[in-house]
Design a protein around this ligand. Structure first.
Ligand code: GLU
Length: 485
């Protein structure tokens, strides 16, 4: 056991997303850290959907959460998984808890309006002034229920990441636990559910830290021993701003859709605020789980480095076998993602270049740009590549390459020798001589190894493309000449 002070009973953690939008990478990190603890400790991971904000919840977002769990390898079929539970289904016991707190004098009804409060405390001060504390109000429609926080002493939160922050009770206002219509608010519902689900460790986003002393008081007032807490660091972008769905790409789904492999994503997310040690980063999930320690999570913000994620992904792609890679590319080789039709696509042709692509791409989505020239009738010419490749002398070289290609042996080695020889005649090294051939045939300056690609494309199609490029050059030359007259 590497995990201290969790008591002898197996740990119970939970992930408690609110289904109010796309599944965020920060949520994915929270889920994984909790999952890692449950798996390592032989404990339980509870998925609880906090669906009490009926106006914002949408059923499809719940589906999104469930499919995200699946993509992250958090499987409903694993014995460590419990749920999903739905917060809305616990409304009864949450209301009961509120009533109990009222009956025991630990909470009181309040009929202050915001205007009343502002009239008393002004606009500079925040919080509640305790006006209704001793007015003995009973429930009536519109009266909120407030928790009576202690005036003296302090509340210490045992947080495995942040030391043990201490909050003077005098700074904790008498906060609302149930609204004027009787419905429990987040602070209470969340605690009652955690109690109901026997949660022993609450590991969640740092933004909830200010809620924690209030929630801990609720645990105690309800006669329970509070859980351990662990508030995970915020995730920031390259400008050190908190990741936000308005500004940054945050949806897990978007990363998977552009060809980040789920395993690479999981590995990368596990390193957001934690490191497995020995400068090792790319490790199988089981090994990350084995080494994971909540106490080693860093309290400072974690940078979501897309470049690093992409580099990780490249390594994960390289670790696949070629057939696995081909299978992973599947969604990008067919409609709607592929720019070619099913008739144009030829699996055998793809298989012939798959090993070349496998050693190059960092995102699966890059596969289409790498192989489209093989399937489209004509290459998609990238104008910038064209302009760079067709500098002075390139047209003459291409014309000579065309002549030589007409009867060269059609294998990569011979084609390379051919271009090398023609290049020499024109005073160009191979790299330079290849460029116009590549752009004429593939449309781009960068791509798979050229000669292997030509071999796969075949003589006839290669010559047709070279001819089309020569025709375009001739046309431009005529236009330029006409313009000069
Ligand atoms: N539903 C809350 C959220 O998504 C979770 C709070 C918690 O983990 O305690 O922020």
């Amino acid at each position: 056991m590497t995990f201290p002070a969790l008591g002898s009973s197996p740990v119970r953690v939970r992930f408690a997303p609110s289904p109010t939008g796309m599944f965020h990478v920060g949520g994915a990190r929270s889920a994984l850290f909790n999952w890692a603890v449950a798996k390592q400790q032989g404990g339980t991971f509870v998925l609880r959907i906090e669906d009490t904000d009926a106006s914002r919840n949408q059923p499809e977002w719940v589906d999104g959460i469930l499919s995200a769990m699946e993509a992250l390898g958090i499987s409903k079929d694993d014995p460590a998984f419990e749920g999903p539970h739905f917060q809305s289904e616990n409304a009864g016991i949450q209301q009961e808890a509120a009533q109990r707190l009222f009956a025991e004098g630990k909470a009181y009804y309040c009929d202050c309006t915001r205007e009343d409060l502002t009239a008393r405390i002004g606009t500079k001060q925040t919080g509640y002034d305790g006006f209704c504390r001793d007015r003995g109000l009973e429930y009536a429609e519109g009266r909120a229920l407030r928790f009576r926080t202690p005036d003296e002493g302090e509340t210490q939160v045992v947080d495995l990441i942040r030391g043990n922050p201490t909050f003077p009770n005098s700074t904790l206002e008498d906060f609302v636990i149930a609204r004027g219509n009787g419905s429990p608010v987040f602070l209470l519902a969340n605690v009652v559910d955690d109690i109901d689900e026997n949660i022993t460790l609450v590991m969640r986003a740092e933004e909830h830290l200010p809620n924690t002393p209030k929630q801990q008081l609720l645990w105690e007032a309800l006669g329970q021993t509070p859980p351990q807490w662990a508030h995970m660091p915020v995730i920031v972008n390259e400008k050190r701003q908190k990741l936000s769905k308005r500004r940054d790409k945050v949806a897990l789904e978007d990363y998977l859709a552009e060809g980040i492999l789920p395993d690479a994503m999981v590995n990368y997310l596990m390193l957001l605020g934690w490191a497995p040690g020995n400068d090792e980063e790319i490790l199988p999930f089981e090994e990350l789980v084995r080494r994971f320690r909540v106490e080693d999570i860093n309290s400072s913000s974690a940078f979501f480095d897309i470049k690093k994620l992409t580099a990780f992904n490249g390594e994960y792609i390289r670790a696949l076998s070629v057939p696995e890679f081909t299978e992973a590319c599947g969604p990008w080789l067919h409609a709607p993602r592929a720019p070619w039709t099913e008739e144009q696509f030829d699996q055998k042709v793809f298989d012939a270049v798959a090993p070349l692509a496998h050693s190059r791409v960092a995102l699966l989505s890059e596969i289409t740009d790498n192989v489209d020239f093989l399937f489209l009738d004509e290459p998609l010419i990238d104008e910038d590549s064209w302009n760079k490749a067709f500098k002075a002398g390139a047209g003459e070289l291409l014309a000579d390459v065309r002549t030589a290609f007409a009867d060269a042996a059609w294998d990569a080695e011979s084609l390379k020798d051919t271009v090398l020889a023609v290049g020499e005649k024109h005073g160009m090294k191979l790299g330079k001589a290849q460029a116009p051939v590549r752009v004429a045939v593939t449309g781009r300056r960068i791509g798979l190894p050229l000669f292997e690609s030509l071999e796969v494309l075949g003589r006839e199609r290669t010559l047709a493309r070279v001819d089309a490029a020569l025709a375009r050059l001739a046309e431009t030359a005529t236009e330029v000449a006409a313009g000069a007259e």
